[in-house]
Design a protein around this ligand. Sequence first.
Ligand code: DGY
Length: 323
Amino acid sequence: MKVFVTRRIPEEGLKLLERECEEVEVFEHDRIPSKDEIKRGLKGKDGLLCLLTDRIDRDVISSNPKLRAISNYAAGYDNIDVDFATERGIVVTNTPDVLTEATAELAWALLLAVSRRIVEGDRFTREGRFRGWSPTLLLGKELSGKTLGVIGAGRIGTAFALKARCFGMKVLYYNRSRNEVLESKVGARKVDLESLLRESDFVSIHLPLTKETHHLIDYRKLCMMKRDAVIINTARGAIIKERDLIRALKEKRIFGAGLDVYENEPEVAEELKEMENVVLLPHIGSATLETRTKMSLLAAENLVKALRGEVPKYCVNPQVLKG
Ligand code: DGY
């Protein structure tokens, strides 16, 4: 088994690959490899371990007729042309579950940061502008008794919504199927997207990026939200139409936004950087030592299993395994 890894991942996974594979080539620069660099590394390999920043399209996949497995070091896999990989009988795997809590926690961190103006307050203090307690300084939004709207109640959406109990919030969720765990544990109510947007004080997105969810939240939808609502996105940037979000924020149609993801990553719109009511993070939802180590092991295990013809723990195109 010969494999190419597009970036140095935590060593636990690399060690596993080195133990199990005849050859492990790692892209050694600390930057996103170009398409040509990926194709070059992939030459003669049976397996690929890639990141969400690598676009694994038809061109890359068909550059190597030997390729049998692609292991994504992420839960989301919108960076891979899974349909084309499936056509060619290539197994595609991902790393859900292990990053659920880390990502849910980060969504709460953003929600609190925007609502209580934490980053603004930190800047204010560091700049020496704190001249003593004031009755009107940096007034934010309280969580207790408010309504939380969760868009997408899969693993991360569920973990996120369950924590609403600690803040005494009501929970609404928008999801294809009913989520009985949320309904029984936090009394959550399943609603349509419009009702969720109209009734929630805080909205958090936990959907995968697909053709259906691309630009799901546009200007019209943002205008349905309460004027003092907060929107959080730790899923994928393109689920929100970024231009429209900027417009809605400028027009004060909502209170603020907390973003960990962007439509054209790593590009972040200048207008967003200038706004005080927006907290911006560099896609660090899963960035804890514990989680990244688990992701590394899981991505390596998935790749080795797929190449051995065994069933990997998380396969996104299981029809290939059956064939
Ligand atoms: C994922 O795994 O899809 C996350 O975005 C990584 O942080």
